[in-house]
Ligand binder design. Structure first.
Ligand code: IFM
Length: 448
């Protein structure tokens, strides 16, 4: 792929990194934080590689000044993080934890002092355990609990934070949490999954309304994972599995939120949970579309699954990332163009990056060329999409730091900065320098 020679990034293009609360904060039992469904999952034998937990993670709760300094060193415009609901409301509702709120005050103020814009995501999967005990997302009341939590956070930080996202990757946490058992709370039940989908959509709509009413000049978005879903084999059964997974993965949240309807393949099954007026409650105007994209996923039939699909493999010879994820930058380009046409919103790429098993060499350097190659290819594809008319306004690498990669524990590393989890020492990898150079304008944007 080659970009138009005259291309340069718009001067207000936002360059950032993304993280999430449970994956980096640690301090899981500190200063009044309540337990989340991920604390519980980490304590369930066999669910997380090597028995890892997020108890300490990157200890960002204590080391955030160092992490802000790292970001400043990279020349970032923006930092997307999530608030841990159980840190500010230990039981999910009711009593507020002032120490938890104060942590995010310090973080936000530190970012602003460093000239980095905070992008706050309300939910990156760490539902308070006390709410899960009441049914969690399968309980329709959870949408109201979320709205109350959103109001608390919006009132507290809305004077300083203008960029807000309701949720991160709706379809991942609902599908993995309620149908496949790859995530918390680890339920595998079709009705529970359908209810969770609809209630999370209602929560999104309610959250948007709260943010709009509470934060002056708010710029509100939602972060969706979208990638092409392909059949593992060229058979009718595999194609049917891929079509159904596609409806769940790519359609079940953006379509109702932005177009006002569920994808045809699942609409009939969700219908029993939809009350009069719900679609209008869900479909609220927002300001931007957050896209998380890595590479395509593959489907195959599974008669024993909650749905009739299972994850398939890419049987092609396509290149892979260090952890085996297939690399198709042209899909990324096409997705950015499709999004612009389908939803007519400015797009921010809120996650993109490559996982690896990065280790320091004898000199202590981490030469993660595999990640640089990936980022070059994907930002090149993004440049092509922008040149072809995609309305992309910013790009956030996943992730700043190596962190707790859910079921894979600390084994899969996505950071631009290496973390030694024994000592908590941070070491920028070669890719961090590459990204800093890109931001500085080495690849065409700003005067160095
Ligand atoms: O680590 C995750 C993140 O929490 C959500 N998006 C994908 C990342 C890499 O798997």
């Amino acid at each position: 792929m080659s970009a138009a020679p005259s291309f340069s990034w718009p001067s207000d293009f936002v360059w950032g990194v993304s993280t999430s609360s449970y994956q980096i904060e640690g301090a899981a039992q500190e200063d009044g934080r309540g337990p989340s469904i991920w604390d519980a999952r980490c304590r369930t034998r066999g669910k997380i590689a090597d028995g890892h937990t997020g108890d300490v993670a990157c200890d960002h709760y204590h080391r955030y000044p160092e992490d802000i300094a790292l970001m400043k060193g990279l020349g970032l415009d923006a930092y997307r993080f999530s608030v841990a609901w159980p840190r500010v409301l230990p039981r999910g509702r009711g009593a507020v934890n002032e120490a938890g709120l104060a942590f995010y005050d310090r973080l936000i103020d530190g970012l602003l002092e460093a000239g980095i814009e905070p992008w706050l995501c309300l939910y990156h999967w760490d539902l308070p355990q006390a709410l899960d005990d009441l049914g969690g997302w399968t309980n329709r009341d959870c949408a109201g609990w979320f709205a109350d939590y959103a109001a608390l956070v919006a009132r507290r930080y809305g004077d300083r934070v203008k960029r807000w996202a309701t949720f991160n990757e709706f379809s991942v946490f609902t599908l993995f949490g309620y149908a496949i058992d790859w995530g918390a709370p680890g339920v595998t039940d079709r009705a529970a999954h359908l209810r969770a989908i609809h209630h999370v959509n209602l929560a999104h709509g309610a959250g948007v309304d709260v943010l709009r009413a509470t934060v002056k000049d708010a710029s509100i978005g939602a972060v969706h994972n979208r990638q092409r879903v392909l059949p593992e084999k060229d058979t009718d059964e595999d194609r049917a599995a891929a079509a159904l997974l596609d409806a769940h993965w790519n359609g079940a949240f953006p379509d109702p939120q932005l177009l006002g309807f569920y994808p045809a393949l699942i609409a009939g099954e969700i219908e029993p949970y939809v009350a009069a007026g719900d679609m209008a409650r869900i479909c609220r105007p927002i300001d931007w579309f957050g896209l998380n994209h890595y590479g395509p996923i593959f489907a195959k039939p599974d008669p024993n699954g909650v749905w009739n699909f299972a994850w398939g493999a890419d049987l092609s010879e396509a290149p892979r990332s260090d952890i085996g994820w297939p690399i198709y930058p042209e899909h990324f380009r096409d997705e950015l163009l499709d999004l612009t046409r389908r939803f007519r919103l400015p797009v921010y790429v809120t996650e993109n990056g490559a996982g690896g098993r990065d280790k320091p060499d004898a000199d202590g350097r981490i030469d993660d060329r595999h990640r640089i190659r990936y980022l070059e290819a994907y930002t090149g594809a993004m440049r092509e999409a922008v040149a072809a008319g995609a309305d992309v306004r910013g790009y956030f690498v996943w992730s700043l730091l190596d962190n707790f990669e859910w079921g894979n524990g600390y084994n899969d590393r996505f950071g631009l900065v290496h973390v030694d989890f024994d000592t908590q020492r941070r070491t920028p990898k070669a890719s961090a320098q590459w990204y800093a150079d890109m931001i500085k304008g080495a690849l065409g944007r700003r005067a160095p």
